[in-house]
Ligand binder design. Structure first.
Ligand code: PMV
Length: 347
């Protein structure tokens, strides 16, 4: 088909890993499988407008964030386009206008790469669908996830919900290194509508980009053990998710978060990405759990912010605790209440 111009808009959420992806091979292939909760409120909305152009020798696009032209995003998108060109032959036929906005504040320390890259990948797939033969919904999402992975690894886990696995794992049917798949097994009621409150401890630029971080796993003294451990944890989380064992969930999730940071502390060069307030929060969460029987726990990304995870039936209690005892450790007292969501939407 030949189409001169058009536009598509998708919104796509962020996600938070329970078993972490840290370390990759060539072509964005993960060293270990991972699983994440898809989020709900933290998302990126991207409008992709396309118009046919004459010169087909190079990529042509403009990027806007909240209506402001962003030339500093161009090299990232250029790299992404180069990686996906082989799979989307129309990329050089059009000029693209990429208009994007996030629901979470700028430089909040929340990575926008997962939501941003998945939203853009979905918009590009909508163009592909318009131009070529019919494609099933399943294949559409699978290919969009495949493309999102080439933008930012964890982005391939943001298209669907509520739990997504990325990376080949013998016990998880359909799992692949190339794209994320919906977690295919039974999940206990305890994990439905799970909450994630994101405490904004450090809103600055990331101290270590995830590209640099993943590369630190090359030649890392504990790399092989870590990759095995992640695969084991993915095996173990299956029965936890099935039986609703919240204590086992806490132990697995917190251990994963601390292991991710331990990898960064034991690489060369080494980094400490937690801040004193990250530690204050972790200790407060542990004390609260001791004192109350609460099943609240924490996880971390590759930064100082803390994701506070808790079941739906504790919403009021834990949000009260966060407000009175944890908010003081956040920059300007800011945090974001989010919960598990169900993936991207065409708008
Ligand atoms: O998708 P990337 O390359 O930004 O890596 C993200 C890695 C972690 O967020 C630290 C863990 C994960 O699995 O999401």
């Amino acid at each position: 088909k030949s189409i001169n111009n058009g536009s598509f808009t998708w919104s796509s959420p962020s996600n938070i890993a329970l078993v972490k992806y840290w370390g990759k091979k060539k072509d964005q292939i993960p060293e270990n499988p991972s699983i994440s909760f898809t989020l709900d409120n933290c998302k990126t909305t991207t409008k992709l407008s396309f118009s046919k152009k004459d010169n087909q020798n190079e990529f042509s696009f403009d990027v806007f964030l909240d209506d402001e032209k962003k030339d500093d995003f161009k090299s990232k998108i250029e790299t992404f386009f180069k990686r996906i060109e082989a799979y989307l032959p129309f990329l050089k036929d059009y000029h693209f206008k990429i208009e994007t906005s996030n629901t979470f504040p700028h430089s909040s320390g929340i990575a926008s790469s997962a939501s941003g890259m998945s939203a853009l990948a979905l918009c590009l797939m909508s163009v592909e669908k318009e131009l070529s033969e019919a494609i099933s919904d399943t294949l559409f999402i699978q290919k969009a996830s495949f493309l999102a992975r080439l933008g930012s690894g964890s982005a391939c886990r943001s298209l669907e919900g509520d739990l997504v696995v990325w990376g080949n794992h013998a016990e998880i049917d359909g799992s692949s290194d190339l794209y994320g798949v919906k977690y295919p097994f039974e999940v206990h009621q305890n994990f439905k509508n799970y909450n994630d409150t994101i405490l904004l401890v450090d809103k600055g630029e990331k101290q270590v980009s995830s590209t640099v971080g993943h590369n630190l796993m090359y030649g890392h003294p504990f790399a092989a053990q870590r990759f095995d451990q992640a695969a084991e944890n993915l095996s173990n989380i299956k029965s936890i998710l099935k039986t609703g064992d919240l204590d086992a969930f806490i132990a697995l999730v917190e251990s994963e978060a601390l292991t991710l940071h331990a990898m960064m502390m034991t690489s060369m060069p080494y980094f400490i990405l937690m801040k004193p307030n990250t530690m204050e929060i972790i200790n407060k969460i542990w004390a609260f759990r001791e004192a109350t029987n609460s099943k609240v726990c924490f996880t971390l990304d590759a930064g100082a912010n803390v994701h506070v995870l808790y079941p739906e039936n504790e919403t009021e209690e834990v949000q009260g605790f966060i407000k009175t005892e944890l908010a003081i450790y956040c920059q300007k007292g800011e945090y974001i209440n989010d919960k598990v969501g169900f993936g991207a939407k065409l708008i």
